[in-house]
Ligand binder design. Structure first.
Ligand SMILES: [Co+2]
Length: 466
């Protein structure tokens, strides 16, 4: 999930030179794969059959940035789960419904990609204030914290792999979103229907399925006109998994037409460049500049017209705090003078958005989701009974986790719109609208969550796909 940033009017609109050397990377994931089992990473390696080796993808693999991640092209054979397999060689089902704790009976989840900090980074000199903040983030060294975080990341990998294989033109966005959400809940082994259970684990924000010139923050709402995915659409898929409020925020882009391969490649490159440049004591402005340079070295030809890929100016990457998707630090995708540094123990969502449009978003019609203001009082004094009861529901089930109307309605909440509008008007709940670029433009997004650990950064959501 991206965060909106203040305007940087002083930033020159530099589209950068085009590069023909980068045109080969390409546009994965484009979803050319059949749904299959035998695709999850396994606690024991799971080499029980040899006839499906050609189609196995181990999600937990670490991935070098210099290697182009490629998903294996699926063969048309569809495997069925064999009953004679031992419990320890259990495979993820299709659609994914096997709890992750069953796939990893030892309870240890795979680590993400570990990247060393750049050697020129001096992370010995910490100011006193930074030191104090660092000590308050000691949880990054706790075993259960890290293991839970890795579990959420593995769930993200398995669900997105299934999404890349199964999401197809002709499906409605509701089908795709609900498929992702049902999968996440099943793998967490938490349906999230009991009071308070969504706070233990669950979806960390509304599943984003933003098409084309809708850059970010679109999710289908109940009772509204269905959108059907088309073969010409560029779809950003942005979903989050949390355990105990610690959020894996990761996103990718799907297209079904090679026209957009360069757009996707530009944004994937920009995000990986941001990850590479992130580090303890790194100035955020340096990360932003590197991101912009990578992104704007690409161009894309659409309908015979060559267009520069622009970095979107008013959305940012962000740090993540417990139960808080946007912790307060922003990483723009364009050059800036922010002297803020990244610090040890922090968690960042490194994401970038590129567009063929203006590169500046405006609010679209409708609602993406709602999030409680972290500084809101425990109780509200509203004359509206529906606002008071809705606020109790929000506190009990979401706290400061951003949610959408579908998440509310599956809890059985009805007739909440007047109450919600009341809470929004009081500033107790923030409403998030869709973020749009100009009509006819196309945009893409890639995003990973990284942990700035003592010895290196862990790209916890890294997979074979991106
Ligand atoms: Co995000």
């Amino acid at each position: 999930m991206g965060s909106k940033t203040p305007t940087h009017d002083s930033i020159p609109n530099n589209n950068g030179p085009s590069s023909s050397t980068k045109l080969s990377t390409g546009g994965e994931p484009r979803g050319t794969h059949l749904c299959r089992d035998g695709d999850s990473s396994l606690g024991d390696g799971g080499n029980d059959d040899d006839d499906d080796d050609d189609q196995r993808q181990v999600c937990g693999d670490t991935q070098s940035l210099t290697t182009q991640p490629t998903l294996t092209n699926g063969s048309k054979r569809k495997k069925r789960k064999s009953k004679k397999r031992k419990a320890s060689s259990l495979k993820q089902s299709c659609p994914p419904r096997v709890p992750l704790s069953d796939l990893f009976p030892a309870g240890q989840y795979p680590e993400g990609e570990i990247q060393c900090y750049e050697p020129n980074v001096d992370n010995t000199a910490r100011s006193t204030a930074e030191e104090i903040r660092y000590l308050s983030r000691q949880q990054l060294h706790g075993d259960s914290f890290l293991n839970d975080y890795r579990k959420a990341a593995e769930i993200h990998r398995q669900i997105r792999q299934w999404t890349q294989e199964s999401a197809r033109p002709g499906q409605t966005l509701t089908e795709i979103a609900v498929g992702i959400e049902d999968g996440v809940r099943a793998l967490l082994d938490n349906a999230g229907l009991e009071p308070g259970s969504c706070l233990k684990s669950g979806l960390a924000f509304p599943t984003g399925l933003a098409l084309n010139n809708c850059v970010a923050h679109y999710t289908p709402n109940p009772g509204q006109k269905e959108i059907t995915l088309k073969a010409s659409d560029v779809m950003k898929v942005d979903f989050g998994v949390h355990i105990n409020g610690w959020i894996v925020d990761s996103a990718f882009t799907m297209s079904f037409d090679p026209t957009y391969d360069n757009l996707l490649a530009a944004v994937k490159d920009a995000t990986n460049t941001g990850i590479k440049n992130a580090g303890v004591d790194t100035r955020i402005s340096d990360v932003s500049a590197a991101i912009q340079e990578a992104m704007e070295s690409y161009e894309v030809a659409i309908n015979g017209k060559t267009l520069p890929v622009k970095a979107v100016r008013n959305i940012s990457g962000h740090d993540i705090k417990q139960y808080q998707i946007h912790g307060g630090k922003s990483i723009p995708f364009v050059k800036n003078n922010d002297q803020t540094k990244m610090e040890e123990g922090e968690v960042f969502a490194i994401e970038t958005f590129g567009t063929t449009g203006r590169g500046y978003t405006f609010d679209g019609d409708g609602v993406y989701g709602y999030g409680k203001n972290p500084f809101a009082p425990a109780r509200v004094a509203s004359p509206l009974a529906s606002a008071r009861s809705l606020y109790r529901t929000i506190n009990e089930n979401f706290g400061t986790i951003v949610f959408c109307r579908r998440y509310l309605e599956r809890l059985g909440v009805e007739r909440y719109l007047a109450g919600m509008n009341n809470l929004v008007s009081k500033g107790i709940v923030e409403m998030y609208p869709p973020l749009m670029d100009v009509e006819g433009s196309y945009s893409a997004q890639f995003e990973h969550t990284i942990l700035l650990r003592e010895k290196g950064k862990e790209v916890i959501s890294r997979g074979n796909d991106y």
